[in-house]
Design a protein around this ligand. Structure first.
Ligand code: DC
Length: 218
């Protein structure tokens, strides 16, 4: 059984997908982490986003695996490295490339069809699994999403101005929703939840309730 959670940066998708998967006993697939890992690989190799041929030829050299909560890029644990501001800056551009998306969507389908999964990302309910059993779309105001990002960075010892973070989020929203291939859109059959002002527990309850209702277990 496949459950998808899509939405913009900072809408709470990762937290919610992780919690829901745990509660249901499903696997959890963070597709954003895969786009981030490919971005890190390209940055490390000094490859520019405009060098499409080169990116295409490098893709087969990349292996991605998940080990619990960690993501391994060619065997190296890059869970922390993919959260850097540099990756943050370039990931939207890299994830807009057709070759990158085709390769990652193929990998995502391969992983998730092995069992019951909660997937989260930007296109998991529209492109990766358009026939998913249950689709969610999470959203929140830009202010709230910037505050969440600020807290997350503070926990890592980094301080960033709220206005700067708001602008960064708006920039990423714009790139993710206007790109040509698989832009961020609400799947027409998704349950939309605005998480502004809601606690993680409250959102989790809504998601869990919806899934159980559809399974005929409530
Ligand atoms: O969810 P995140 O912030 O970790 O995602 C990082 C970037 O990856 C996001 O800006 C767009 C891209 N992405 C995507 O294009 N498609 C997905 N399914 C997931 C993420």
């Amino acid at each position: 059984m496949i459950i998808t959670i899509d939405g913009p940066a900072g809408s709470g998708k990762s937290t919610m997908a992780r919690r829901l998967a745990k509660r249901l006993g499903f696997g959890f697939l963070n597709t954003g982490a895969m786009y981030r890992a490919v971005t890190l690989y390209m940055l490390r190799g000094g490859v520019k986003v405009s060098e499409k041929e080169k990116i295409h030829s490098l893709l087969p050299k990349i292996t991605l695996e998940f080990s619990g909560e960690s993501i391994l890029l060619n065997g190296e644990d890059v869970t922390l490295a993919i959260r850097s501001q540099e990756v943050e800056k370039y990931v939207s551009a890299v994830s807009a490339l057709r070759e990158v998306r085709e390769r990652l969507v193929e990998l995502q389908r391969g992983i998730a069809t092995e069992g019951d999964y909660v997937l989260e990302g930007r296109d998991t309910g529209t492109v990766v699994f358009p026939d998913a059993f249950c689709k969610f779309y999470l959203d929140a105001s830009v202010e709230e999403r910037a505050r969440r990002r600020q807290k997350e960075l503070e926990a890592k010892g980094e301080y960033h101005d709220l206005e700067y973070l708001k602008r960064e989020i708006e920039r990423r929203d714009e790139l993710d929703s206007t790109r040509e291939i698989a832009p961020l859109v609400k799947p027409p059959d998704a349950v939309v939840i605005d998480t502004t002002g809601l606690s993680p527990e409250e959102v989790e309850e809504r998601l869990y309730h919806e899934v159980m209702k559809r399974r005929g277990l409530l």
